[in-house]
Ligand binder design. Structure first.
Ligand code: ZN
Length: 677
């Protein structure tokens, strides 16, 4: 059988890739890779060219086969593609674990690091080796036999505990429902929320309205329901999920799961030679040490708290004056904040959308990067894609092709929701000396054109598009030739969002909106008074949002720094202290937010939640340099290109930032941008 996934193509032949090609291709490549790696490791000595370059070739071949499969699974999903994809996943993860745990491979990298050749290698090559060694060590490969066994046992127990944590949250979320027949009780809810609840009731063969603790069902209640008791009831059920409190107290209780996770993380850190798990988390990140993160979070907290207090006071005063509400509880805040927002700025999304027809926005976005980086983007029509909606583009610098991308803008059936950038090809130098150009997929889910009108985007969607394009530029503008640190590869996790959030800034600048926006009928660009209103709405209640994000971040980070095995009740104690320090709204005694904090106990954010604010600071501070020099200043653009975008993961993210900014990041620019200073 001819299998396109086993052939070499400059770009994936989407039209001929079929689900039945997936497993034969993956099995063949994995088997060939395994024997190729074994053969490479038979050598008596190792060098970049004899080991790492061939390994990168093997990785790239696998990526070239699987990347279009994984992409098609997301954007043109059928039950056949899904089955093939799901069958391939465990094979791939098995293979990657095997490589990451291969002691011979580790020793071979170590031999290169300690050999005479190392000093002659260039920066991306050195970084590739250092990253590999770091990851090997973090996976416990370098431990004495006994410790290695214990490490493996802990890893496996931790992964069951984190699924148990998520399962408990899910079960607790699904267990609680509220059925309401009397629509009068639901006064204040928007029609969309009522429709949804009626539909849910119908699906359960019930009359009236059915609500659950799923966010899309829960959120409208606490934001819009006029009935305070109803809001309180939902809030209590939501914030006590999987805990010893609330309507289902003691069921699916995550308290002991949290304790065991923390205990094992602490032990794992000790085995690896760290003081605490936060240090393990930081090892591959941009932030240098735990003090740097703690100081960062505390400084943000101290500087934003007065704004949060002012905003809360404004909400309380508004609630008293307009609604005679003498107290504003945790379950009232969202409700009154929404009312205050409507009162202060009423912006019609529909009216705004008329200014953002998709073709104008896309051309405008290309114009922004033409001015910033002197690159030309031109549409090409002869590239095979997976759907008629998809557009393809060449990226040129000084007339030379440097990258390509696919743009798939609109929502459709069988396409996964959300927006993302993914890599299709990574920039690298092959063993035959040819440069493989980087290729990116940009995917969004906007509403498509209706009739002969162009698709009209909300401003939020425009921001999303710029965000994903920012990730895309990071991937495509790279000049690095080692696949594992080129483009978005090998970039520290807490620095990945810098180029994306950075791009969003141009969506708020009058000078850029001149050509990003243009009324689809009159061509007129976004009027200044509308932009002013949008800016005010953007920073509305920013201080309170900070308080919330900082509460989560500080709790997560302090817990992973301070956790002590024999200290009973420490988790709640730390949370209470953090709230004392940063929160402006008193949380009820029964609030067990931590028992549903899946980011850090069920997902990959342990001692990493700070990254959200960290990346915002980086992008705001980088953009502030453009505000100083002019938002289209060519020299500044060129500098950002040379120090951040072109370097990918080949240099430490903090060093790159310092090269661009002339100093380490500072928080003031973000606080100013969010209207807090
Ligand atoms: Zn992003």
């Amino acid at each position: 059988m001819n299998n396109p996934l086993l052939e070499t193509h400059e770009l994936p032949p989407f039209g001929s890739i079929k689900p039945e090609h997936v497993m034969p291709a993956i099995n063949t490549i994995l088997a060939e890779n395994r024997s190729a790696v074994a053969a490479l490791l038979e050598q008596s000595s190792f060098s970049w060219d004899s080991l790492i370059r061939p390994l990168e070739e093997l990785d790239d071949r696998l990526a070239q086969a699987f990347s279009p499969v994984s992409h098609m699974n997301s954007v043109v999903n059928t039950s056949e593609t899904r089955d093939a994809y799901n069958e391939a996943l465990p094979r791939l993860s098995e293979y990657h674990t095997e490589m990451g745990q291969n002691p011979k491979l580790f020793k071979a990298y170590e031999a290169i690091k300690n050999g005479a050749e190392y000093e002659t290698l260039d920066q991306p090559q050195k970084k590739t080796i250092l990253n590999a060694l770091r990851d090997f060590k973090l996976s416990g490969i370098d431990l004495p036999e006994e410790d290695k066994k214990r490490f493996a046992a802990i890893s496996s127990r931790l992964s069951s505990l984190s699924s148990q944590f998520s399962d408990n949250v899910l079960d607790a979320t699904m267990a609680w429902k509220k059925h309401i027949d009397d629509v009068a009780l639901l006064k204040g809810l928007p029609d969309s929320a009522l429709d949804q609840a009626r539909q849910l009731a119908e699906q359960n063969d019930e009359s009236g309205y059915l609500f659950t603790l799923d966010f899309p069902s829960y959120f409208p209640i606490v934001t819009y329901a006029d009935d305070a008791e109803l809001r309180r009831e939902f809030y209590e059920a939501f914030t006590t999920r999987a805990s010893d409190q609330g309507p289902n107290k003691g069921e699916w209780d995550n308290s002991s799961v949290i304790e065991e996770i923390m205990l094992l993380r602490k032990e794992m850190a000790a085995l690896l030679g760290f003081d605490n798990y936060a240090e393990v988390s930081l090892a591959p990140k941009m932030a240098k040490d735990t003090d740097q993160v703690l100081n960062f979070l505390r400084e943000l907290a101290a500087k934003s708290k007065p704004a949060a207090e002012r905003e809360f006071a404004e909400i309380c005063q508004f609630a008293l004056e307009q609604y005679a509400a003498s107290e504003v509880n945790a379950w009232d805040v969202g409700y009154f904040a929404e009312k205050l927002k409507e009162h202060k700025f009423s912006i019609s999304e529909e009216a705004l959308k008329a200014y953002f027809p998709a073709p104008r926005v896309i051309e405008g976005m290309f114009e922004v990067v033409r001015r910033l980086y002197d690159i030309e983007i031109s549409e090409v029509s002869d590239i095979e894609t997976w759907h008629a909606d998809v557009h393809t583009y060449n990226v040129l610098k000084n007339g030379e092709l440097i990258a390509r991308f696919y743009l798939d803008l609109y929502a459709r059936q069988n396409k996964q929701g959300g927006a993302w950038m993914d890599d299709c090809r990574v920039r690298r130098l092959s063993s035959t000396g040819e440069v493989q150009l980087p290729v990116a997929y940009l995917t969004c889910n906007f509403s498509g054109p209706v009739g002969d009108k162009p698709a009209l985007l909300t401003h939020n969607e425009v921001v999303t598009l710029f965000h994903e394009f920012g990730h895309g530029l990071h991937h495509m503008m790279t000049k690095v030739s080692c696949g594992s640190v080129s483009g978005i590869n090998g970039v520290a996790w807490d620095a990945v969002e810098l180029p994306s959030q950075f791009m969003e800034n141009w969506c708020w600048e009058p000078e850029a909106l001149q050509f990003i926006s243009g009324h689809f009928e009159s061509g007129e660009c976004l009027p200044a008074d509308l932009l002013d209103k949008m800016m005010a709405a953007k920073t509305f209640m920013a201080g309170m949002m900070y308080a919330r994000q900082l509460e989560f971040s500080l709790f997560d980070f302090r817990l992973h720094v301070e956790y002590t095995p024999d200290h009973i009740g420490q988790v709640q104690e730390i949370l209470n202290e953090v709230r004392q320090e940063v929160a402006v709204i008193a949380a009820p005694e029964t609030n067990r937010f931590q028992n549903g904090f899946s980011h850090i106990f069920g997902g990959g954010y342990a001692a990493g939640y700070y990254s959200y604010k960290w990346a915002e600071v980086l992008s705001a501070d980088a953009f502030a340099r453009f505000k100083e020099d002019g938002i289209f200043n060519r020299q500044t653009g060129e500098k950002f290109l040379a120090t951040v975008l072109e370097q990918g993961g080949s240099v430490d993210a903090m060093d790159l930032f310092v090269q661009f900014r002339g100093r380490e990041p500072e928080i003031e620019a973000l606080l100013k941008q969010d209207g807090i200073l």
